[in-house]
Design a protein around this ligand. Structure first.
Ligand SMILES: [Zn+2]
Length: 219
């Protein structure tokens, strides 16, 4: 069991911090869903659909930032690069919903929110395709390596939250059933662990993960 414990310590050097961020993710998801439910029938002088979209996008952005905060082990608050990456994840998570406007061919919120089928950026298979493409192209554009991890983290967190009311759409297999709240929140927490491991292995972060792993595993 010791090697497993050491690997966990290397990947998650600040368990208290991770528990705090996980709690924030759970609270944001639950309160966000409740807030959307509260305003679901409010007209707001004919702008209810815009208010709901702004709230929904803000929650996507906050969840995406928190997921990335776990991935970067966000304990050095003076590291400007980490804040930049968090902001980038927020923008990426919000950008998913631009496909509503692309599919509607209009900037009209009413048209964008009343589509007959789900727009293309909500296809979860697309995330895998983009990440694979970034990994193939990274030898020509090195920045794509970091982008692919941030893209996976932010877009998948958006898709998982959307799965709480429409399920996941995995082309060509179709749609999953709608996820209960506890499931999409649990999968979002699991996503932080998965992407953190990918990040550590891909970037061999400050604590020389690969060397430590080799030492622990005696290889
Ligand atoms: Zn969405």
């Amino acid at each position: 069991m010791e090697p497993i414990k050491d690997i966990v310590n290397i990947i998650f050097p600040s368990p208290t911090l991770i528990l705090c961020i996980w709690s924030l993710i759970v609270v944001t998801c639950i309160c966000g869903d409740y807030l959307l439910l509260l305003v679901s029938d409010t007209d707001w002088l004919g702008n209810g659909h815009i208010v709901r979209s702004v709230i929904d996008s803000s929650i996507h952005a906050i969840v995406s930032v928190l997921v990335w905060a776990v991935v970067e082990n966000f304990e050095h608050l003076n590291d400007f690069r980490k804040w930049q990456n968090c902001a980038c994840c927020a923008v990426l998570a919000v950008a998913v919903d631009t496909d509503h406007f692309l599919a509607a061919g209009s900037l009209d919120f009413r048209k964008a929110l009343n589509l007959t089928k789900r727009p293309c950026f909500h296809n979860t298979s697309l995330i895998l395709a983009v990440v694979a493409l970034c990994l193939i192209m990274r030898q020509y554009i090195p920045a794509l390596k970091m982008f692919s991890v941030m893209f996976l983290s932010s877009w998948l967190s958006h898709h998982l939250r959307d799965a709480g009311h429409r399920g996941l759409w995995v082309f060509p297999f179709g749609h999953t059933p709608v996820f209960p709240s506890y499931l999409y929140i649990a999968l979002t927490l699991l996503l932080t662990v998965l992407v953190r491991i990918i990040y550590c292995v891909a970037f061999n972060t400050g604590f020389h993960l690969n060397t430590h792993l080799f030492e622990i595993l005696n290889v």
